[in-house]
Write a protein that binds this ligand. Structure first.
Ligand code: AMP
Ligand code: MG
Length: 534
């Protein structure tokens, strides 16, 4: 696309299909309340003191055809910070419910997210522009409707990182500092602090969640449920045909399939969402609501970044596939009357199971550069590797990325095979003991398998490098960017945006970001554990 095709933000044309198509809350009072019978409430963002644009995603701006606005204060920062509503925008907060940590939580809704409107991007795809942290809505319950800078930087960077990793996700266009203070008790220990506030403008074809359907089913709002289902199918799954019983079943199957592929990708790159409540599950199969997420550094199936989940570990890395299935069963429950055929819904859930199994198996084969044998792992190569990676702290990203350098010849020594992997070990001395022996045995079996498969090295290595990112948004790296941004220095955000646009490329000039978590980051807040306080 040429630069001349870029439009200034102020000239965007809005076409607000969601508000046109669904039941509006007749009330206009912006106070927390139950909103029976409605899919959304009209509500304007609350102006902030001094909105200033801190960061902008050029790739997303290009997709939307929007010219990059100047950083700092200005008319675009006012819009993206929630202080000004442009003609054509019809801001609203959506009503949804959800199961939180396994329990039905009733009405939740957009408590701090406000959609400004919908536009068509340069490919003709509909995109919703939504501010997160834009102030109170009828769904804010006891909270303030705001977001702090640290969580906004995390959502902004991770959305874009995930997209460039090839993982279905909502996107993020801009990060605006509001100039207002936001009070948060980050550790829930009775020591609230004032932190800088921020607003992210996030972008997706739709932000509808499983929970939008659950609330209608729970409250017996059958017309709203059907209207929303028909709308999602017509506008976001048009390939399935006109809504009707068979189409609803096919739709649930496709949601299940997409969800399975998404979670398999999370597992592939070591992403842990952290709060897989049903209100945080996208009906389009997108990664949504970046809160206390984290990236596996040392490989541990039981790891969760979310301190609220430290006891139960419901949402830890290794549980994500089961939890997505459980969430889909909740969605199936909500759609049950509509579909009218529980066997069809069960078939959809089975599609999830099979798709996840096949996708994860294929992705693991790609990560290892071996032929996929259908997931049964009959010789235990993968099970044994996972066991080994957990026995001593081993950096997931470095381990897998470095596997391409392991010499595979029948005669090479164990020491030669382990050498390229040494950087992955937090305590390299562990390799001198029994663990080194077990690792050497595994590597010998691995090398034999690769030789047996007989794939040409060039193709195999390209396949591995496309499955094993070199750069992910390590928790401590994000935290450094946050610390700098808190002092007004956004250069690290810029650098990360740039590096994470090409996460599978070597980029040797950024090799300091391909590194184990430093010792200082072990116990620093934000680097290994995160609270939901955002
Ligand atoms: P989350 O766990 O962040 O997905 O949030 C769960 C629910 O709480 C959603 O309905 C959010 O909109 C709402 N929520 C979270 N934080 C805030 C906040 N600071 N102000 C208002 N509502 C919030
Ligand atoms: Mg949420």
């Amino acid at each position: 696309m040429t630069a001349t095709a870029f439009r200034p933000f102020e000239s965007l044309e809005f076409d607000n299909l969601f508000v046109r198509s669904h039941a509006a809350d007749p009330g206009r009072a912006n106070v927390p309340r139950q909103v029976p019978g409605a899919a959304f409430s009209h509500v304007s963002p609350t102006p902030t003191r001094a909105p200033a644009l801190l960061a902008w995603s050029d790739p997303l701006g290009a997709l939307l055809g929007i010219a990059r606005p100047p950083l700092g204060e200005g008319p675009v920062a006012e819009v993206l910070g929630g202080s000004r509503v442009l003609p054509g925008m019809q801001p609203y907060a959506a009503r949804y419910g959800g199961h939180q940590f396994g329990q039905w939580a009733g009405q939740l809704g957009d408590g701090r997210a406000i959609t400004l409107g919908e536009i068509l991007d340069t490919t003709g795809q509909r995109q919703e522009l939504q501010l997160k942290g834009a102030g109170r809505t009828p769904y804010s319950r006891h909270a303030d409707g705001r977001a702090v800078l640290r969580s906004s930087v995390r959502e902004f960077l991770c959305s874009e990182a995930m997209h460039h990793l090839g993982i279905p996700t909502t996107r993020a266009l801009s990060l605006v500092a509001t100039g207002d203070g936001v009070v948060r008790d980050m550790f829930y220990d009775g020591n609230p602090q004032t932190e800088p506030g921020a607003v992210v403008c996030r972008v997706a074809p739709s932000f509808v969640r499983f929970g939008n359907f659950e609330i209608f089913a729970a409250e017996n709002e059958a017309t709203n449920l059907r209207t929303l289902a028909d709308w999602v199918i017509r506008h976001h799954y048009p390939e399935l045909g006109e809504p009707g019983p068979a189409t609803y079943a096919a739709w649930f199957k496709e949601i299940s399939r997409r969800t399975a592929v998404m979670v398999a990708h999370w597992m592939r790159v070591g992403f842990v969402h952290g709060v897989m409540n049903t209100d945080n599950m996208s009906i389009l199969g997108l990664t949504i609501d970046y809160g206390p997420y984290g990236w596996l550094e040392d490989f541990d199936l039981g790891w969760t970044p979310n301190t609220t989940d430290a006891q139960g570990r419901r949402y830890c890395y290794g549980q994500q596939a089961q939890i997505a299935y459980w969430n889909l069963t909740r969605l199936a429950g909500a759609l049950s009357e509509l579909v009218g055929d529980d066997d069809a819904l069960r078939a959809g859930l089975e599609t999830y199971r099979v798709t996840f199994g096949d996708s994860w198996s294929q992705m693991l084969a790609d990560k290892l550069g071996i032929t996929d044998r259908g997931g049964d792992d009959e010789d235990g190569l993968i099970t044994d590797l996972f066991g080994l990676l957990q026995q001593t702290e081993t950096d997931m990203t470095i381990f897998f990325r470095s596997l391409t350098a392991v010499p595979l010849g029948a005669g090479v020594s164990a020491a030669e095979q382990i050498a390229p992997l040494r950087d992955a070990f937090y305590d390299p001395a562990a390799l001198d003991g029994p663990h080194g022996g077990a690792m050497a045995d595994w590597l010998a079996r691995y090398a034999a398998r690769v030789r047996e498969d007989g794939d040409a090295a060039a193709g195999r290595i390209a396949r591995m490098n496309a499955a094993n990112p070199k750069y992910v948004l390590r928790n401590w790296i994000a935290q450094q960017a946050i610390d700098a941004a808190s002092t007004g220095d956004t250069s690290q955000i810029e650098r990360l945006l740039d590096v994470l646009r090409k996460p599978y490329d070597e980029q040797p000039e950024h090799a300091d970001l391909f590194a184990r978590r430093p010792d200082w980051a072990r116990s620093k807040p934000g680097c290994s554990a995160l609270s939901c306080s955002s």
